[in-house]
Design a protein around this ligand. Sequence first.
Ligand code: ADP
Ligand code: MG
Length: 448
Amino acid sequence: MENNMLWENFLNVLKSKISSVSFDTWFKDTKLLKQDNCKLVIQVPMTFHKKFLNDTYYDLIDEIISGLTGNSYDLEFIVEEEVIEEEKKEKEEIKDLDLNFNSNLNPRYTFANFVIGESNRFAQTAAVAVAEQPGKIYNPLFIHGKSGLGKTHLMHAIGNYVKENSEKKVLYVTSEEFIADFIGINKKIENNYDVVDYFKQKYRNIDVLLIDDIQFLGSAEKTQAEFFHTFNTLYDSNKQIIISSDRSPDDLKLLEERLRTRFRWGLTVDIYPPNFELRCKILKDKMLGHEVASLVKEEVIEYIATNCENDVRHLEGAITRLYAYAAIMGPKEINLDFAVEALKDYIGKSIYITNNITKIQKAIADYYHITIDDLKSKKRNANISYPRQVAMYLCRMTTEETIVKIGLEFGNRDHSTVLHACDKITQELKINEELKKIIEEIKNNIVN
Ligand code: ADP
Ligand code: MG
């Protein structure tokens, strides 16, 4: 989000949370000056604003900003004179890039807080190996996967690890920053630096280069050529290169073939969306440490894990909202009802309506000791396909959902599969007393 937009959105949310007098006194003349990976710099009118905002509003600002961006930032408040000071300092810094080298790493992303499961284990293992021996084993390391699955987190984790354990020079950039540096639109180099020198000094003397979101490198021939040279220079001197993208090297259609070929020289790892178990594990890990964590019931974890399936950012957003709501309501326990209320605008309405199917899936999974992911999977072994048929039957009989929708919710299956399951179970019920009992029991277990 652009600075101004983010701050405007923030102020709008804030308005609904504090009195208009407080708002005018403390926030009216504030603006967002700077935003990087870990910090927001906010300009305030007077020195006393700084202290008051720090002491009184820090948590609220943090909470709203986290809700809007999905990230938590450090907040720094400064007054105008300091802005001028800072700009002067920046100009001086640039004169000696080498001494004040900034890796651009976010210290919050580490291996220690990266939760591992089936879908990301390979990527995580490769990342650790590279962090331990940069330039030695997998070069380049190419990490790909859809948005919000932890690519950036892993890259920073590698960078942080290398920095902590060696003197090596690490640089993290997005491909947009790379381009900006290359064409010299980075405002820092306006006056006193030659663009080409700046670029070469910055990029060709590092030991570990992390380039995030390479899909945005763009098709401009010049930038690709420069990247190619940078890549070769580093590669030839055994410097580690780590690249991330939302698609595989083969699908990076805008990149020149010679670049794609380079990417294939090393190791390519894929991160997949987390399954239900990993989603629960991540939620628990991220909830820890918060003062209300002990109030959260297991059913809430499962509710969020069931409804926020796409990516980890989605899970984090749910926790932020849940905790924000808890901060306002001060509940004695955070149970399912509380979570449903807290997340009603976040967990999309359409998903909420499908909750019936979700509840049935959960009841079936519990009863047969399998997982909801199993029910949605392509697995065909009887201990999974039979419960799946019972579940489809129950969805058909006890919800308003269409056959097509039921098929979709069971791993994108065809409507004829659903019909077949319903027929089969209907027939079986005519002769199987035991199944009748089981179905009654499961129905009773479905929470309404
Ligand atoms: P990507 O770069 O793939 O779009 P990010 O690395 O930005 O995704 O991840 C989005 C958010 O989810 C980040 O806050 C990150 O810390 C978190 N995240 C992703 N995967 C994990 C994981 N396995 N364990 C803990 N946090 C994770
Ligand atoms: Mg990313």
